[in-house]
Design a binder for this molecule. Structure first.
Ligand code: F6R
Length: 356
């Protein structure tokens, strides 16, 4: 059942502290700072990694590819439907990772088969034990999020992001990983998510925008997949027009859409160059009178330029995007609830897309 929540989606959003704890259980060791993914004991050291995925899982894949590149491993993310017909060059030294909650998405299965047929090693990052992707791939890593009933993916996306950090740690060091910072911060993620859930003002913020024309989501670097995911979740369950943009592309077109009636949700985490630049984009949209909501850990003083702030705890910069996404899950949920939409079963959508 829904355990007292109005919708499965809200229940699953609130389950994240538990599902994330399950995901890291036995895999990150507080005492010696190790990250171990037992399922990957027999995985070698691939030269490159290609991700294939659809929808929300594709956004996780975009994030994963950035993590790996930052760790020095060439990696790219592809839409599974593109990969199946226009595959990237691949050999036996490469790893192709299907990111798929259900393990049954037809396009992702086709892409994995295509890659395997051309000699690549394949890995399924999935939630469903014994799913087709899990059975057909050379390797499998389970994200252990538990069953997800809501059509809109929430807790499984968060667990995918953690799973991609585990995979990156495993591949970057070829075995024992001694990066105590990431271990400590990973162990802190469940309580960081709990803090977001306890303190979020998302319900009050969306109330201001019930009559908006469209909703835009901006981010760069690791915050870019979060912007895309924030917009996807929002359009899926509110049926309002929502788009995610790379903040750096704003001036190259999307800025033409910005008006006083298009709220901008800017994801700005960390205090590096990316955060500073996205802050510059926030000033540009403000100059067009757009209402601005900043999702931030506060490091970049982003709040000063925003009409509203959705605050998240500070943690490792690889993990703040996960926390920012929880705020955007709540934004989508509360707007959909306010508009009385069919949150758990959005029109025209199915939980698992088993035809191409
Ligand atoms: C969005 C959503 C879909 C799925 C996509 C892939 O909320 O749930 O976009 O992410 O259909 O599904 P899986 O991960 O099962 O391959």
């Amino acid at each position: 059942g829904k355990s007292g929540y109005d919708h499965y989606m809200l229940k699953e959003i609130h389950e994240q502290p538990v599902s994330l704890r399950q995901c890291i259980s036995g895999r990150v060791d507080e005492l010696d700072g190790r990250i171990t993914v037992e399922e990957l004991d027999d995985l070698g050291a691939p030269e490159t990694v290609q991700f294939v995925a659809c929808g929300t899982s594709y956004h996780a894949a975009l994030y994963g590819a950035q993590l790996l590149r930052a760790a020095g491993i060439p990696a790219n993310a592809y839409y599974a439907h593109e990969y199946a017909t226009a595959p990237a060059p691949v050999s036996g030294d490469d790893l192709v990772v299907g990111v798929t909650q259900s393990g049954e998405t037809a396009d992702t299965l086709s892409a994995l088969r295509e890659a395997g047929g051309r000699g690549a090693e394949t890995l399924a990052l999935t939630n469903v034990v014994g799913s087709t992707a899990a059975r057909e791939s050379d390797h499998v890593v389970y994200i252990r999020a538990g069953p997800e009933i809501g059509v809109a993916a929430t807790k499984t996306f968060s667990s995918q992001l953690v799973g991609l950090n585990l995979l990156t740690a495993r591949l970057a060091d070829r075995g024992v990983e001694r990066r105590r910072d990431l271990v400590d911060e990973l162990r802190g993620v469940p309580s960081d998510v709990q803090a977001v859930l306890d303190e979020s003002n998302a319900a009050a913020v969306v109330e201001e925008f019930v009559d908006a024309d469209a909703f835009f989501f901006l981010g760069r670097g690791l915050d870019y997949p979060v912007a895309l995911e924030g917009a996807l979740k929002f359009k899926e369950i509110t049926y309002e027009h929502a788009e995610g943009f790379a903040a750096g592309e704003l001036k190259h077109g999307p800025l033409a859409l910005v008006t006083a009636n298009t709220p901008i949700f800017a994801v700005i985490t960390g205090d590096g160059e990316a955060a500073r630049k996205t802050l510059g984009n926030v000033k540009e949209v403000e100059a067009r009178d757009a209402p601005v909501v900043v999702v931030t850990d506060g490091a970049a003083e982003a709040g000063q330029y925003a009409d509203h702030v959705l605050k998240i705890p500070r943690t490792d910069e690889r993990l703040t995007p996960l926390l920012a996404n929880v705020q955007l899950q709540l934004v989508a949920y509360h707007m959909a609830a306010r508009l009385d939409r069919a949150i758990d079963k959005p029109r025209n959508l199915a939980k698992s897309v088993t035809v191409e």
